[in-house]
Design a protein. Sequence first.
Length: 397
Amino acid sequence: MLEFILKPTAKPAAPGKMKNKFISSISLSQYKIWDLARAKNVPFAFDLELTARCNLDCRHCYINLPADNPGVQKTELSFDQIADIVNQSVAMGSLWCLLTGGEPMLRKDFSEIYLMLKRKGLLVSVYSNACLISEEHIALFKKFPPRHIEVTVYGATAETYERVTRRPGSFRAFQRGLHLLLDNGIQVRLKAMAMRSNVAELPAIAEFCRKQTMDFFRFDPLLHLRFDGDPAKNEDIRAERLHADEIVAIEQGDEERFTVMKNNCEQFVFSADEHHDCRHLFRCGTGRNGFTVSPEGHFHLCSSLRHRDCIVDLKKTTLSEAWNSLVPRVRAMTSSDPEFTRKCRACPIVNLCLWCPAHAHLETGRLDGWSEYFCQVAHARAKALLEKSGSKKSQSG
């Protein structure tokens, strides 16, 4: 998936503020420990999907199940089961954990899980819609700060926000939760999904997000289908997808985002003779240094990879066995379908495409399936980039 994280250049220190010439700073991502972890094939980061349940009913969502569904709740890992998986992960060298869902705050034991992770010495991030943030959560986060809490903004007005969430009163709950976080100095990142129901308000959403956090905002215009394959909800998602030309227009309208794309055009578009045809399915980094645990305890190489041949049940095997056996087996998967090798694997603009084996499976039922929609978006992006950059690279494929 094409995704950009845009941060302004840091301002230089004021004269006289830094007297020791040996003092300097680097970002967390620049620490050498990450290179060591990659070299040793260590799963240094993992995602815990605490629940598939959500208090909202967003039109575009690929995972949300009713918040009060007792049958779903019974399938979720217990605190002890989660702690066991975390212990195994830390023993293997993990350093970072993301708590996500559904809406993770729906878990009554969320605070206990969060504290358990912090006591293990893990960096902890949280994805939330912020609607359920309470004073108790704030007290917890102030005492034991998260790396960050990432919140999705579905609209800048109640009308648009609740058109997406289909929950009356959710905009007010979102505003309350977000301001609780910001007013108490909790590190917050904001993001948005670009879709039919909020496309007219995207400029206002972007302006709102950048004013609130200043250093971070991202949006994603590509919606993938449901993990559970629900036909009716998949139709909702398809109806929310923007057309390829709309996506390109939105990206071009965001000066920061499109400048990044244009400046890195050579990485996204390349000549056919630069791309070696290969039957291997996975070119991405999935399974390299992290994994996902689903609410019921299934091990996934990434959150979107739900094919039955690419998961194992951690209630029946150890994390080490899953990591050392499943990961290399999945990454070695190949395709013998000539359409795949001709259309997707050999495509010179695949880096501009939503296509990956995980999304292909959700879209077509096959890890090597071709999606017309993904292809349309990729070609529209390539055309815009080539026109703006003046590049003569081929975009056939």
